[in-house]
Write a protein that binds this ligand. Structure first.
Ligand SMILES: [Zn+2]
Length: 244
């Protein structure tokens, strides 16, 4: 691996979730294969903490805190797919425990999946051992469900990781921490029009936009946001596509 973008045609294919019962399901159809999540990659030339991609391109990354009502999450992914957009979902580990099918739904849509800690605690305020358990606990869920620890790590309840959290993320297997440069403030439920305005007023080439699953205003704001991006000649792509 050189860090260059591998050819899309050579999709790594599918893996089965680890740890499935070997005999208990005999006589029943095996679980459907889960598309493998792209593992984390160190991207040469990128800082350890990524806030944005290239400013001279035409791509942006819409990145979502992954938690909340799965129907709303599915509706949002459907809106993205109708517009030909790809997104990045940073899943909270305890959400994956409750909604394991969402990992497959996200990857099957061609989107990217990453780690947003196990319980979404204030990770930068935790002692090292507890912070590491938050990172590795979510990584374990992702590995079990998808075959890898996910493409990216984003710390919880903070925009930027402390040096300690960055170091712990690297220890857990994530060479970069995914921050962002555009905050939609959608988690405050200001209404779809306000979310749309906040994003489109700030977004530009290379932006990494912070958004949240589980908020109706965000689902409603997504189509006009994608339309606004298109009018500016910008495309919503996975974070990996943005930075590699
Ligand atoms: Zn979050």
């Amino acid at each position: 691996m050189t860090g260059c973008h591998p050819p899309r045609a050579a999709d790594p294919g599918a893996v089965r979730p680890a740890g499935r019962p070997s005999a208990a399901g005999a006589g029943h159809a095996p679980p459907a294969p889960v598309r493998a999540a792209r593992p984390p990659t160190r991207v040469p030339g990128l800082p350890v903490q990524i806030e944005n991609g290239p400013r001279n391109g035409r791509a942006v990354a819409l990145t979502f805190h992954g938690r909340g009502d799965p129907k709303m999450a599915t509706a949002l992914l459907g809106e993205a797919e109708r517009a030909g957009a790809k997104v990045t979902v940073l899943a909270v580990g305890d959400w994956l425990d409750e909604q394991p099918a969402m990992a497959r739904r996200i990857l099957d849509g061609g989107h990217e999946l990453g780690n947003h800690t196990l319980h979404h605690r204030n990770i930068c305020a935790l002692p090292a051992a507890e912070a590491y358990a938050e990172i590795s606990g979510c990584a374990d869920r992702l590995r079990k469900l998808t075959g890898t620890i996910g493409s990216w790590f984003r710390p919880s309840q903070t925009r930027r990781a402390t040096p300690l959290v960055t170091q712990l993320a690297r220890k857990a297997g994530y060479p970069h921490v995914l921050s962002y440069d555009v905050d939609s403030h959608d988690a405050n439920d200001p209404g779809a029009a306000a979310v749309q305005r906040t994003v489109l007023d700030s977004v530009g080439p290379g932006s990494v936009v912070s958004l949240h699953l589980g908020h109706a205003g965000t689902v409603a704001a997504l189509p006009p946001i994608l339309d606004g991006l298109r009018r500016r000649g910008l495309r919503a792509v996975t974070t990996t596509e943005l930075v590699t």
